[in-house]
Design a protein around this ligand. Sequence first.
Ligand code: HEC
Ligand code: HEC
Length: 213
Amino acid sequence: MTYTRTIAALATCALILTACQPASDPGVPDAAAPVSTGVLSAGDALLLASARIALPPEGFDAASLPDPTSTGATLLVRYCGQCHAVPTPSMHSATDWPRILRRMWLRMDWLPDSLQVALPEVGDRNMLSRYLMENALRVSAEELPPGSGRETFVTLCSQCHSTPDPFLHSGQDWVSVFQRMELNMERMGVRRPSRAETEAVLSYLQDLPPRAP
Ligand code: HEC
Ligand code: HEC
């Protein structure tokens, strides 16, 4: 009978498929396996490459976090460094953190248990988000002061986070912050500024008019 033969054929197919599969659960990606585009589908490779742009950069040590022994800093290191480098609170403004955190909770909550990602309790989530908000990047409350270089400052310095408050640092200190941002751009896969852009931004930040009272 055709029907029986079909069933038999299907059973053979199932057997062959089972035999071909690796011993571990095939549905779950192996987080410990080295990432190689050779084993990823073209779509997954593209997704991974795009997700890696502007990830929290490597190289910050926990001791240099604000208030490093606080519960907030401890929770940040414990939970937020599991998939990428530990992000620093000043990487985003207090307006932007809630939206990013929502995305992170979603990614953490719905991963398969077998990947063993540690999930914070509600109380810890609140403490973590309070720590990020309290130490967030300060943005300008008023309109940015005029000056040549203002547009370049906004374009260049709002790529990864909101435009920072131009009065946050002294003209002198902006030079070293700028150099650190160049390093961040390199580590986060974002184009480094040209010489003309560097000069425009630094002269804007160094020649600001006094802050309005
Ligand atoms: C389960 C893995 C995972 C954990 C745990 C995780 N993240 Fe992420 N994170 C990602 C992925 C994937 C991306 C890249 C895609 C994206 O931006 O959503 C990312 C990107 C980011 C970015 C860069 C995106 C941006 O807009 O600047 C920040 C900042 C960040 N995570 C913060 C955090 C914080 C804070 C925590 C802890 C509460 C955390 N992450 C925990 C997976 C994770
Ligand atoms: C490639 C992404 C990226 C770009 C582009 C970028 N930043 Fe940042 N910025 C970061 C990250 C990551 C942090 C948190 C880590 C740190 O402080 O280096 C940060 C933090 C900051 C802070 C808070 C820390 C502090 O020292 O006060 C300021 C201010 C800042 N950026 C200014 C700038 C300016 C000015 C520019 C434009 C020249 C800029 N950023 C462009 C990634 C970026």
